[in-house]
Design a protein around this ligand. Structure first.
Ligand SMILES: [Zn+2]
Length: 198
């Protein structure tokens, strides 16, 4: 996490994980419902803005203009703002997949990381960490659930559209292999750091 222009009123602390996990379960249900309802309309990522008054606004990956897709985080933030105005400081965004940060042709608008950076939100709780996205641009604290069942479910959703590690690794990877990084098949996140694309 990069803390730029840190304001003492900014709240980065993620707490009440039990409640956050139950919202992640709701998000998983939302993805499944969307798939049942209309696979073309709804995508495999869901997100929620949870504000300091405990108000929840949900979003699901949805079609944008010219064949683009509106990512779930953008959908949730825009829905929140349309309903309640600016998201107050101290609010948190939950998402089944960590926010994107890279250029993507299919995505409507800037990355979800940029959208969140521009908001008052300084904390994100995710079901699964997208291994294909850089983390440098983040100006918020992010945590992945410690609940392995939720994580597995969120990973399953993400794997339907993410290339797997060996595929995205391609040619000329592992030029930055770090001997201190523990490559263990049981810790995919560490593996992915070890095999980061250069
Ligand atoms: Zn995104």
């Amino acid at each position: 996490m990069k803390i730029k222009d840190l304001d003492s009123s900014d709240d980065f602390e993620i707490s009440n994980h039990k409640k956050l996990d139950s919202i992640l379960v709701d998000l998983c249900k939302l993805v499944i419902e969307g798939q049942k309802k209309d696979k073309d309309q709804y995508g495999m990522v869901a997100a929620c803005v949870l504000d300091t008054d405990n108000r929840k606004v949900f979003g699901l990956n949805s079609p944008g203009p010219d064949g683009t897709r509106r990512h779930a985080e953008r959908v949730a933030i825009e829905k929140y703002e349309a309903k309640y105005g600016d998201i107050p400081k101290g609010s948190i965004i939950l998402t089944t997949l960590s926010p994107c940060s890279e250029e993507m042709d299919e995505r409507y608008g800037e990355s979800c990381t940029d959208v969140i950076n521009q908001s008052n939100v300084r904390k994100v709780y995710c079901g699964y960490t997208d291994p294909t996205q850089e983390e440098e641009q983040r100006e918020f604290n992010i945590e992945e659930t410690a609940n392995s069942q939720i994580r597995d479910m969120c990973k399953k959703f993400a794997d339907t559209f993410l290339d797997n590690v060996s595929e995205c690794a391609g040619v000329g990877i592992i030029t930055k292999q770090n001997s201190t990084v523990d490559v263990n098949k049981n810790t995919p996140r560490k593996n992915l750091k070890a095999f980061r694309l250069v």
